[in-house]
Design a protein around this ligand. Structure first.
Ligand code: ADP
Ligand code: MG
Length: 380
């Protein structure tokens, strides 16, 4: 049996299809971010993007699976299907809006929705859902998915993957830069000139703040930090939050909702009797402190570029500035990329790497024993 070379997807030369699409839905479960990208003389650039809110019922079911950590096989299969349909619809809507044909897109890079990430157990695994067969069939575009598990198969954490993309796009000769992504989880990439990228998850980003305001005000997140701004930091609670072994662990390390969640917070709150806005403010401070501690460990002073939804939280940005007076903090807008789409663009880029059969240089980030080709290709 002979295999078709992937770089020629069914004998159609890659270079006749100028576009790649990235699909990302992170731990916040807020939206499916879709980025239309193209490699041209300027590099790998984003041409358009859209963020499609998850349907409330789908979001609720995903949250239940992630929080309760159990699900029937029937429900799991159906959610895998539903999430893929939402991804395919998001791609088709974007193509329609941009007046681009499926035949002009080389591939979609689909992260999928993480429902469990367990890099440190005896049999490590990470599980993303969103059937890539269905995405390929419904869009008629090759879909690359399952990006994390080959890294894990080589002993890596399978996360974070974005530092390789940050390195490829944002590294600058003889300059140290940090890219800080504040999604549900926060992660940093340290770009030292043109050396291989290094990075890891610093801990919770928006996730605990989202969970707390949702519990008390049924809002998905603390828009413009109105709730946190009404409270004050409780130092006892902050100390107790910081007293988690994750923060002293050496990289490589990655984390998720399985660890930092309302159950974890409830244990920390047991010995405190606080008003809800003080808890919200303390959670924001906790996110800021854990991020800044890690960045300062890596660099006394450098340019920090923020992306992810946390870049839109004014109080969080203010606290990053206060806690790192020697660093210059901007969003990735300063690098000509919309902070809300950096991760979606990263998955378009990862799809390109897979189609070109390039290894992704991540072993310094994930702890894998070698760099690997990441992702599986599903042809329509
Ligand atoms: N205007 C805003 N004010 C405060 N927080 C915001 C705002 N917009 C987005 N966020 C935060 O960003 C999160 C989404 O960030 P995102 O980067 O999409 O995370 P993920 O990758 O986990 O999906 C929201 O859940 C919210 O916490
Ligand atoms: Mg998101």
């Amino acid at each position: 049996m002979s295999f078709k070379p992937l770089s020629h997807l069914g004998n159609r030369p890659v270079n006749t299809k100028p576009y790649y699409i990235g699909l990302m839905s992170g731990t916040s479960l807020d939206a499916i971010d879709v980025a239309l990208c193209q490699r041209n003389e300027l590099g790998f650039v984003q041409k358009a993007g859209v963020a499609i809110d998850l349907a409330p019922s789908l979001r609720q079911q995903l949250l239940t699976i992630c929080n309760e950590k159990k699900v029937t096989l029937q429900t799991l299969g159906e959610i895998d299907h539903q999430f893929a349909l939402a991804c395919a619809q998001a791609v088709n809507d974007l193509l329609k809006n941009e007046n681009i044909k499926a035949s002009e897109v080389t591939a979609i890079g689909s992260h999928g929705q993480t429902i469990y990430h367990s890099p440190e157990t005896q049999y490590p695994f990470t599980q993303q859902i969103g059937d890539a067969n269905l995405i390929a069939a419904k869009t008629q575009i090759a879909c690359v998915a399952d990006f994390r598990r080959m890294d894990m198969a080589y002993g890596g954490q399978g996360a974070p993957l974005v530092p390789a993309f940050h390195q490829a796009l944002f590294a600058k000769h003889s300059t140290q830069r940090v890219i800080l992504n504040i999604g549900g989880i926060a992660n940093i990439s340290i770009l030292d000139g043109l050396e291989q990228a290094f990075g890891y998850d610093t801990g919770p980003g928006n996730m605990l703040m989202d969970a707390w305001i949702n519990l008390h005000h049924q809002q998905p997140f603390d828009k413009s930090a109105w709730f946190a701004t009404a409270g004050t930091v409780n130092l006892d609670l902050l100390t107790s939050l910081l007293d988690d072994p994750y923060f002293a662990l050496k990289a490589p390390k990655s984390t998720g909702r399985e660890k930092f969640n309302l159950t974890w917070l409830a244990q920390k709150l047991m010995t405190h009797d606080l008003i809800t806005e003080d808890v919200q403010r303390t959670l924001l401070e906790f996110t800021a402190v854990t991020i800044c501690d890690q960045i300062k460990q890596q660099s006394d002073a450098c340019d920090v570029y923020v992306c992810g939804g946390g870049a839109l939280n004014p109080l969080l940005m203010q606290r990053l500035n206060d806690l790192m007076p020697n660093h210059i903090i901007q969003t990735t807008e300063a690098l000509a990329i919309n902070p809300m789409y950096v991760e979606a663009v990263a998955f378009a880029w990862l799809a390109e790497q897979r189609i070109l059969e390039k290894t992704v240089p991540l072993k310094a980030v994930t702890g894998a024993n070698r760099d690997a080709i990441l992702g599986c290709v599903y042809l329509p």
